[in-house]
Design a protein around this ligand. Sequence first.
Ligand SMILES: *[C@@H]1O[C@H](CO)[C@@H](O)[C@H](O)[C@H]1NC(C)=O
Length: 254
Amino acid sequence: MVKLAFNSALAQKALQGKDTGLVSEKDPEAPKCAASSSDQESTGRCLLTLLGLAFILSGIIVGAACLYRYYTPKRMYHGTLQFSEVSSGAAAEGQPYYLPRVEEEVEISDNMAAISVPPPRFAQGDPAYILHDFNRKLTAYLDLTLRTCFVIPLNTSVVLPPQDLTDLFRQLMSGSYSNYRSYLVQEDLVVTERVRDIMEMGFYIRRLCEGKDTYRMQHRSQTPAGIQKRSVEDCFTIRHFENTFITETRICSA
Ligand SMILES: *[C@@H]1O[C@H](CO)[C@@H](O)[C@H](O)[C@H]1NC(C)=O
């Protein structure tokens, strides 16, 4: 709108200049944008207005781009994987028709995967949210019973990259894995220290864990000499999968 008015005002003046050989000081026909005491002043004002608009527009565009970075298209999946709890092959043939299974709801985008693990119906395990941040290379477990977050570096040999994870869940949902019998891998994690500044964990983990107690963890085997006492009360387990096998994550506070 402004630009059009501005252009027509200029065109008018150019025409007038050609006809009379001089440019009038005041132009009563000029639209609002140019209606001020001198032409130069009004032109400057119009340019300023345009510049302001350009600024606002570029602000909007940059803002949208920033938002898009964090809200990249997400896809939701649901998957169930059944597994044999007995790892030795002997009993495997005589399995009951019911196999234990793990169900998950997963939200996958280019840089993260958020997994919702409901409380298992016939097995041990806590309901939890698991967040894998592929850019920051971090994983956070939010135990919904304890309302506590546990953070550990992303284990890329367990967690498939986003595209492969998407493929796995597409296949699970299409029924390609309906006869597949998976297996269980156990990992033993232990809390090391409390996280004071949740900001350093990145956008996704901050969003998940803000306002909750948050701790760092490491694999138990990495702890010096394993002197720490194991007390059953201070541990909980989450069964989940980000691959074709189930991971049973056992988290202990000491
Ligand atoms: C990743 O997980 C596997 C299986 O639990 C384990 O053997 C391996 O040590 C882990 N790697 C890292 C870097 O923690």
